[in-house]
Design a protein around this ligand. Sequence first.
Ligand SMILES: Cc1cc2nc3c(=O)[nH]c(=O)nc-3n(C[C@H](O)[C@H](O)[C@H](O)COP(=O)(O)OP(=O)(O)OC[C@H]3O[C@@H](n4cnc5c(N)ncnc54)[C@H](O)[C@@H]3O)c2cc1C
Length: 244
Amino acid sequence: MSFAGGLETLPRALAARLPAGSVELDARVTRLVPGRPWTLVWNRPGQPAQTETFAAVLLALPAAALAALAVGADGEHPLGGLGAIEYPPVSSLFLGFNRDQVTHPLDGFGLLIPPVEHRVPLGVLFNSTLFPGRAPAGHVALTVMTGGALRPELARLDDTALLTRVRGDLAEILGVGGEPVFVRSHVWPHAIPQYNLGYERFLDLIARTEADLPGLLVGGHIRDGISVPACLAAGEKLAARATS
Ligand SMILES: Cc1cc2nc3c(=O)[nH]c(=O)nc-3n(C[C@H](O)[C@H](O)[C@H](O)COP(=O)(O)OP(=O)(O)OC[C@H]3O[C@@H](n4cnc5c(N)ncnc54)[C@H](O)[C@@H]3O)c2cc1C
């Protein structure tokens, strides 16, 4: 599922339900000082640090941000060990084509490509089949994902180089011909944490830190699942813990 206006509809709707002035955008939390209440230090780019106090602190940050977070008067980094979580990059190339440039019927979700096939993309989503409004009439839209744990170097190619590399695969698998009429790309340098064997040590570190620092609660995709539904469920659980 998605939303007519894209996934950003969800955080916008959540923000609209909160009391006015309770959301600070473009603000980076740099330090937490435990206590009753907790003191939180944050700043916007190029602006002086601001300090506020809160009864509890919920962190739903990527691992690198948790690892870098100074906690305590002396600026310790209790979650520093999370910096070792493997987080390979993923790039997405959103491509628009005239319908007659693609011979495949695109009658599905898309495709995932196993490594044994030695292709450049990890997978391709058929966006214009999945959701209305993703391509104008007479056109189709595809998202090509590359990189990941097995071929991280591919995610770091620029648009032109990446397009050149995926073109052969798109032609062979989907019968795509010619230049795309629309290209938009995005790279997530640290896309998805890998729940590799031994990941328990990271979960243990989080649990120990919470136990040592009452009032601090950690969630987000490093803990209870990667998917958006898993993150939402974990967020609700975390909010219930905070309010209890
Ligand atoms: C390419 C790609 C495709 C995906 N596709 C799907 C999919 O199809 N379906 C699905 O269910 N899931 C998908 N996922 C996974 C899913 O999107 C993520 O796991 C999920 O969005 C993570 O949510 P989160 O709230 O934990 O983290 P994020 O959404 O990363 O939010 C963390 C937030 O913390 C902020 N932040 C960082 N540092 C600080 C700081 N110091 N102070 C304040 N704020 C800070 C960041 O700006 C960010 O807004 C995909 C992920 C990727 C990368």
